[in-house]
Design a protein around this ligand. Structure first.
Ligand code: SF4
Length: 358
């Protein structure tokens, strides 16, 4: 389901509310102690480095050079040695020395309050400029860092995987209330670390699961969607590291899929997200049930169970055994669970119904 701009605005307003409850204090994770110069320096050091490391490094840096003037006049080699753990240290040392010089000698130590001027400082891009404007001056500002870009894509605000910070900033600044923008971005960092992590988002325990899930459309798919559904099935099976049906493995599965495609002897229940099918449960004529999904995130959102429940409205089934699992071994005997592999990633299993209710 692709959301309209108004739907996106409403959804993000709900998310803003939930995040406020979750993280009442929206604090910048860089410990700059209210000093704009320090935030300017720390923002530059944070490129491709964690905020945690920047905080540690800056304790030493600001102890050695407690003012913009001191840092501006410091020997470049000394700065490099201190900030080395932040990575790209030569470039960053040059930037923070130069930006400290400019701030002290040209702006009397006061961080400018407009984007245009901030962008004239060496090493300052839109991300840092927005951080400064939002934090120091309470201005509307979207800090399109890695957390914000990833999570807003998962929320369906733009295609997931988009990595263009300028586009993200533009889109999100039109969707979020101006007064909420800066705090929203700080909360995104906390939320991105705690729940919506890059590699293994904790969707099963996520407090925002409800909003994330409400745009996933579940339906019984007709013959017109059979190809799309089977493509997903094959994609999932191709991702298995071991053959699904020993000894023939994936090749045998491919044959079954192609046969099904031709005969159309299967009905599908599908879950789609942003117009893309992400979960499939197929009921074959011989009553084998195939259950697949593509991404562990959808698995963790409980989409598998939802598909089962939808299917059960049509088929009065009571009990199942697992006929084949990703590792070719039976793992469960009853319905009412979501199957996974050892790493909780899987996505596909076949069931045979044993008993019917009537
Ligand atoms: S449900 Fe998952 S993807 Fe959605 S916000 Fe939570 S952790 Fe992120």
């Amino acid at each position: 389901m692709i959301l309209t701009k108004n739907e996106k605005k409403n959804k993000i307003a709900k998310i803003v509310k939930l995040l406020k409850k979750l993280y009442p204090e929206a604090k910048c994770s860089l410990e700059y102690e209210g000093d704009g110069w320090k935030l300017l320096v720390m923002g530059r050091l944070s490129a491709q480095c964690t905020d945690e490391r920047v905080n540690i490094v800056c304790r030493e840096l600001f102890k050695a050079y407690p003012t913009a003037k001191a840092l501006a006049d410091a020997p470049i080699n000394d700065i490099e040695q201190i900030i080395k753990p932040c990575g790209l240290y030569r470039m960053k040392a040059k930037s923070i020395k130069e930006e400290s010089r400019k701030l002290h000698y040209e702006y009397n130590g006061v961080v400018p309050s407009d984007m245009e001027t901030l962008l004239t400082f060496e090493g300052v891009g839109r991300k840092i400029a927005n951080l400064l404007l939002g934090d120091l001056y309470g201005m509307p500002a979207i800090v399109a860092d890695t957390h914000c870009m990833r999570i807003c894509g998962r929320f369906g605000m733009y295609p997931e995987g988009q990595k263009d910070p300028v586009k993200t900033e533009k889109i999100m600044s039109e969707l979020i209330e101006p007064k909420e923008q800066s705090d929203f971005c700080h909360r995104m960092v906390l939320f991105g670390r705690e729940y919506c992590t890059a590699k293994s988002p904790k969707c099963d325990t996520c407090p925002l699961k409800i909003v994330c899930k409400d745009e996933i459309k579940l339906e019984k798919s007709g013959v017109d969607k059979i190809d799309e559904c089977l493509d997903l099935v094959w994609q999932v099976f191709s991702e298995f590291e071991v053959p699904v049906f020993p000894p023939e493995g994936g090749a045998e599965y491919k044959r079954i899929i192609e046969e099904t495609r031709e005969k159309k002897n299967i009905s599908f229940y599908s879950a789609s997200h942003n117009g893309k099918i992400v979960g499939v449960l197929g009921m074959r004529e011989n009553n084998h049930i195939g259950y697949f999904y593509v991404d562990k995130r959808y698995h963790r959102l409980g989409i598998g169970k939802d598909l089962f429940n939808l299917m059960k409205k049509d088929y009065d089934l009571k009990e199942f055994t697992v006929n084949a699992a990703p590792y070719g071994i039976p793992i469960y005997t009853r319905l009412g669970f979501v199957p996974t592999d050892k790493e909780q990633n899987v996505n596909g299993v076949i069931f045979t119904p044993m008993k019917y209710k009537k």
